[in-house]
Every structure is written in C-alpha cells, then in structure tokens.
Design a protein around this ligand. Sequence first.
Ligand code: IPM
Ligand code: MG
Length: 368
Amino acid sequence: MAAKKLLILPGDGIGVEVMAQVRRIIEWMAKKRGVAFDVTEGLIGGAAYDVHGTPLADSTLTDAMAADAVLLGAVGGPKWDGLPFDKKPERGLLKIRKDMGLFANLRPAVVFDALVEASTLKPEVVAGLDMMIVRELTGGLYFGEPRGIEQLPDGQRRGFNTLSYTTSEIQRIGRVAFELARKRNKKVCSVDKANVLECTVLWREEMIKLQQAEYPDVELSHMYVDNAAMQLVRNPKQFDVMVTENTFGDILSDCAAMLTGSLGMLPSASLGAEDAQGRRKALYEPIHGSAPDIAGKDIANPLATVLSFGMCLRYSFDMAAEADMIDAAVKNVLKGGLRTADIMQPGKAKVSTTVMGEAIVRELDKMA
Ligand code: IPM
Ligand code: MG
C-alpha cells in the first residue's frame, strides 16, 4: 500500500507546540501499528509571511493539493497585526480552504464525562452532549462578492460584504449534513436567518427540497440563528447535526466549543468533494486559534489537535480502529486526572503541553 501523504502546517503561536504532540502519535503509529506516513512540513500564516512574504506560498498550496491530508495548527498573532489585509495570516488559512475546495467543515462538540464539571454550564445541561456542527466553509459572507471598503463622495467610507449562495452550494453542504445524520441520530437542524435574509430563504427552501427528494429518512428542522445560539446554551442536547452558513457556523461553533469545557478540546475536519475514487481533499485543524498570549510557554492544550488527527485517520484513511484508540486515549488521560491549564479543576494535576502529549502516547501503549 502506498505511504499515506501527510502535510503538516503548524502555523503560528501554539500551533507549533500542539502539533509537536501529534508528531509523537504519528511516530507511535509507525512504530507500534506499522502505519507509515510520508510526512512533510510547511509554513502557513505569519510564519509563511516571515519567510515568503505571503501567508500561503504557491509551493505550499501545491504540496497541500498533492497530500492525502493536511494537518494544520493555527494562524495569526499580534506580530502581524499591522500587515495589509491581503497579507494577514488569516488570509493564508482562508485561501487554502478555498483553493482546496474544502466546503464542508465538520465541528463535533462532544463533552467528555471527566470534563462535565469544567464547563461553565450546569452538568445536567452538558453531560453526554454529542453533536456535530456542519459549517459551510468556502462561500457565504466570508467569500461573497462584491466586498471591500470604498470612499464616498461625502467624505465617509463604506464597508461592505455580500452574503450569497447558489443552489448547488447549498445542496452539497446539505448532503454532507444528511449523510452524517444517517450515521448518527438521523436529525438535521438547518440554521438560517430566513426571516430577514433572502439568501437564507433560498437556503431553507433548498434544504427542504433536498430532504424530501433524497433523505426522507432523516428528520429536518429549521432554526433562526439567534434562536440557535440561545438553544445551544439552553439545551444543547436537542441537537444531532446542525448545518449552517459560513459566518453563522464560525460563531455557533465557538459557542458549542465552550459547552465542552474549553476551546482547547474541539477538533475539526474540512472536506472537499468526492473524486472518482471516492476520496476527498481534506484538512484537519483544531478550532481554537494561535493563542499568542500563551504561545511558547508549553501550557497550551494539545487535545483538540490530537483529536483532529483522530478525525484525519477516520475520514481520510479509513483507520477507524486507530481513531477510536486516540479518542479513548484522550478520554483515559482526562479520567486519570491530567489537565492543561485551560481545563484545570480542583484536585486535578496541572500538566504542560508536552506532558499531556506524552501521557496520550502512554495510553496508546496500554491499548496496543
Ligand atoms: C475558525 C477561525 C477562522 C475563521 C479565522 C482564524 C479566519 O475563527 O476556523 O473558526 O473565521 O474561519
Ligand atoms: Mg472561528
């Protein structure tokens, strides 16, 4: 079997530290499970700007296109705040998503039993939560044209963006959500603002048509985005799969992440369309950012990135057994009482990024 080609893009800030822990797991997979990955590393975000003068070099994009999967840390930091808009670290991330055609962003929000008390919400509200946010990632308000900032004759300036979706863009993200729901509890909640925004009137109509034509076995409901934000903190367990517009998904997934105790716990997968062989281009990243305030201190939580690698094994390499092992290792380490600072609780042991990474490998050893 051909070696699995992995491109690692640690990016900026804590991206570098958390990705180093995934490296341990990759080495472990090679040594203990005989799964060889052909790993190359590249630059994205501010780190790429410092070397190439752009947050995503063409050569890196070419490597990403050729890889079976891309693992990404995080981008951004105050060092690059003063750069022109098109050179900012975030543009590198948005460009790689767009150019690889990664339209489907899967953001699972799962509450580990050991972390129920770490959530800011009451235990009974979050215990057992297991939901999936499917965020459209290459369209909507993030990419709609026209966009810009213009000078007005009266001396004012005007900033503008466009929210737009075509039917095919809505259908393809809808299919991803319905397919996922079929493997879960067969419920999709489509989140829009159809009481105000025409674009999302179309979104709702297309979701209804798609469900009737292709997924009659899946239950479809609709929610306005403001209500969805409220329901996420009121009663998150009512949700199975939630599907929504790019910006809405950005906001709602941060909210859902906090239900699980910390932004440092949430992985994500960004997937493209299936090719003739049934394979999808894919990029895996934690949903947290580069956290410049704690970067370089070896205190960041690596678990979201570790879990993202688990998603990579599951979705890109059909390695469900190994993915389950990673999930179990995370669960066991938490049960054993180890905590990074962001999820620290009274009576638990506060550990560094490195120690957390080593503990995951030890758990994997126990299972092998
Ligand atoms: C995310 C992040 C990014 C986004 C930023 C860093 C551009 O917030 O992945 O949710 O807005 O998509
Ligand atoms: Mg975000």
